[in-house]
Design a binder for this molecule. Structure first.
Ligand SMILES: [Fe+2]
Ligand SMILES: [Fe+2]
Length: 282
């Protein structure tokens, strides 16, 4: 018997790296209305760049939660704002990567109960290719999914796999395929066009894309990155670009088995062409 046969259908939205004031403004402007319009069960946002491009503050977390975000994930910039080392321990829905060394503040996994009473597991992990060498994310996800299998321990499971290399992201996707509802990959700040359902039923996208001003170099005002690339000498701070942001997300509907049955990208506002999960517009 398939013990995963009777799970609630759920509508999930994952919002990619929110960058600076422009990204925050887009999230705060759009998230509440999107949540209402599509009757979303769960909204997760990556906020590792939300505070001036580097890290997150508690005030930003509170504002995102008030705007209808259920859980916040981070990445390699998790602790750029030093206050996060302290407040993360009192914010159970704020996650830093689960493969940080043992003893790091905060947690990398949360169980979110939705308004309808469903249970959604959210996991944040960092890749290791072209990034700091943390614990093995493949082993860490095994440990977490053994503790809380889809269907037995939760009704949906979402992993934010925050990594640089597309190869590592895709390998990770196949590794957890069939065991989670969605692998939303982040960090490279440009949406990829491959949102799809993997053979085992997990939704996957190689990069959700940032929620920020795309008239920029991965969210930062162009001038300083250009100076660094052309002169090879840093001559100022990297500052988030302040033009209108595109909110980038990936939308997934889960089926009775907790796996993805529909997936589509979401892009709203700013410089990128808009797109929506049409299957929710009926
Ligand atoms: Fe980022
Ligand atoms: Fe990152």
């Amino acid at each position: 018997m398939d013990r995963r046969a009777g799970l609630p259908l759920m509508r999930l939205l994952f919002i990619g790296d929110v960058v600076g004031r422009a990204g925050r403004a887009a999230l705060l402007a759009h998230a509440p209305a999107l949540r209402d319009r599509w009757r979303l069960d769960l909204v997760v946002a990556n906020a590792e760049n939300a505070a001036g491009g580097f890290g997150v503050t508690e005030a930003i977390c509170d504002a995102f939660f008030a705007a209808g975000v259920d859980a916040i994930t981070l990445g390699n910039h998790a602790f750029d704002q030093r206050e996060a080392l302290v407040f993360i321990d009192r914010q159970p829905r704020l996650l830093r990567p689960a493969n940080y060394p043992k003893g790091a503040p905060g947690r990398g996994v949360a169980m979110i109960e939705t308004a309808a009473g469903a249970k959604a597991l959210v996991i944040n992990l960092l890749g290791r290719v072209f990034m700091d060498p943390l614990d093995d994310p493949f082993q860490r996800v095994d440990e977490e999914l053994a503790l809380c299998p889809l269907g037995a321990g939760c009704d949906a499971a979402i992993v934010d796999f925050h990594a640089e290399a597309t190869s590592e992201k895709q390998a990770f996707g196949y590794y957890v395929d069939g065991r989670v509802s969605l692998i939303a990959c982040t960090h490279t700040h440009v949406p990829t066009a491959d949102a799809r359902i993997l053979p085992g039923g997990a939704g996957f996208v190689t990069d959700v894309g940032m929620t920020g001003d795309y008239d920029s170099v991965i969210g930062m005002a162009k001038e300083e990155p250009l100076r660094r690339f052309t002169r090879h000498i840093p001559s100022g701070r990297l500052e988030p670009a302040l033009g209108a942001a595109t909110l980038c997300g990936v939308a997934v509907e889960t089926g009775r088995d907790g796996l993805a049955r529909r997936i589509a990208p979401l892009r709203v506002g700013g410089a990128l062409a808009p797109t929506e999960p049409e299957f929710w517009n009926d």
